[in-house]
Design a protein around this ligand. Structure first.
Ligand code: ATP
Ligand code: MG
Length: 395
């Protein structure tokens, strides 16, 4: 095998992961890593040994591809590529470590420290001796390099087990909690910039996602729906599989358009979206809703409008972007690679039915009164929308 690194040591933040929870956390992390590695070319085995997680590479692989996949697994704080050496005596070990240091750090103007751990006690040198003797050989090989035992630029870990493991680089992971360590929530996923980011942020806390998209054919095109499917796929690279519900919302929208004042259309429509989303959430074992709302971004997201849309749900509604500026949201969407898809110019159902001057401070009493205009048919339309739910399994 030509790859220098034969295994990856996975680091995870252990804060709040004590006692019994630790196993839940670790097992969920192993499952998520296994899931992420399925799409990577090559053969890999994920295992947990003495409280540490390793991804062993059993075949040739592409280093960047492996790192990219692991960087999307929530719960990982660092990824350490590890060299695995046969024990051929200390001098051979020193030679190999020097070759590794030479390749890994072309610029030797740096400080380092050796940190040896001797798990196999019959090794002829103890940890202190390995630190000192290996340190000396490295200093000798590279005159520019210096030792700093307190704040080294490079911490060279050497673990003596049946074989010898050497690693020094820690590639940052995404942090967060592994999917499966919290409950499941229903994401209201539109084709915009915000909702995919909102889904990403909540799933980063270990929450599994399900999603709902309100479609309005023929006012919206097949392309608009495809865009949402594409966005769900991109989010699922982080969150794991997502069941996407596509709800045909056209008849409800037309009915509201027919019966209610046009400046209140958006608010009333959004109240129905929330009601349907909550209904689907209850049917599918979700214990929260997620939206991409942010205070003041548009008329339907003033505090008064949020109060009006929030009123119809009993379930908690998670709005992770509530205090974010658009630019901050755009930056995350670029980072997670949803931005380019989000800005494709396919209209969603809201842009078709918007009034020129929507209310920005809806009065709840007035909204409730106008919703009474819908009494005759809305229950039936609501049921039909739910019964004709199209489910697409993503990821
Ligand atoms: P986004 O960029 O996420 O589309 P937005 O800035 O366009 O958000 P709104 O259209 O007011 O804002 O929607 C607010 C939130 O309501 C969205 O973030 C999303 O969670 C949900 N939402 C809006 N339209 C739809 C839709 N057609 N299907 C599913 N959810 C929707
Ligand atoms: Mg939108």
């Amino acid at each position: 095998m030509n790859n220098l690194f034969t295994t990856f040591l996975i680091k995870y933040a252990e804060i709040g992961v004590k006692g019994r929870n630790r196993y839940i956390f670790e097992d969920a992390l192993v499952t998520q890593i296994e899931h992420a590695m399925k799409d990577v070319d090559g053969e890999f085995a994920v295992h947990k040994t003495q409280g540490r997680i390793f991804v062993d590479c059993l075949s040739e692989y592409d280093f960047d591809e492996v790192v990219e996949a692991l960087k999307r697994v929530f719960g990982i704080s660092g990824i350490c590529p590890v060299i695995c050496l046969e024990d051929e005596g200390f001098d051979v070990l020193a030679e190999k470590v020097i070759t590794y240091m030479d390749q890994a750090y072309p610029d030797k103007n740096m400080t380092f420290k050796v940190m040896a751990r001797r798990a196999r006690k019959n090794y002829p040198k103890n940890s202190m001796e390995i630190n000192e003797d290996l340190g000396e050989k490295i200093l000798h090989a590279f005159p520019e390099i210096k030792v700093d035992v307190h704040h080294p630029d490079v911490l060279l870990n050497v673990e003596i087990r049946e074989k010898i493991y050497v690693y020094s680089k820690v590639i940052p992971g995404p942090g967060g909690m592994p999917i499966g360590t919290a409950g499941k929530a229903m994401l209201l996923l539109s084709g915009g910039i915000d909702s995919p980011v909102a889904g990403y942020m909540i799933s980063k806390r270990g929450v599994k996602l399900e999603a709902v998209y309100f479609n309005a054919p023929p006012y919206t095109s097949e392309r608009a729906k495809q865009k949402v499917v594409d966005l769900a796929k991109l989010v699922s690279k982080y969150s794991g599989p997502i069941r996407l519900h596509v709800i045909n919302f056209t008849d409800i929208q037309l009915y509201i358009y027919d019966k209610c004042p046009h400046d209140e259309l958006t608010i009333i429509m959004r109240r129905y979206m929330m009601r349907i989303a909550e209904h689907l959430a209850n049917q599918n074992g979700c214990i929260g809703l997620i939206t991409g709302e942010s205070i003041g971004q548009v008329a339907s997201q003033t505090m008064q409008s949020l109060m009006a849309t929030n009123e119809v749900c009993e379930m908690p509604v998670y709005r992770p972007l509530i205090g974010f500026d658009k630019q901050e949201i755009v930056e995350i969407s670029e980072k997670i690679d949803t931005y380019e898809t989000s800005i494709q110019p396919y209209e969603d159902c809201c842009t078709i039915f918007v009034a020129k001057h929507p209310v920005t401070k809806p009065n709840l009493g007035v909204i409730r009164k106008h919703e009474k205009n819908l009494e005759e048919k809305i229950e039936e339309l609501f049921q039909t929308a739910i019964e004709t739910d199209e489910v697409i399994e993503i990821g």
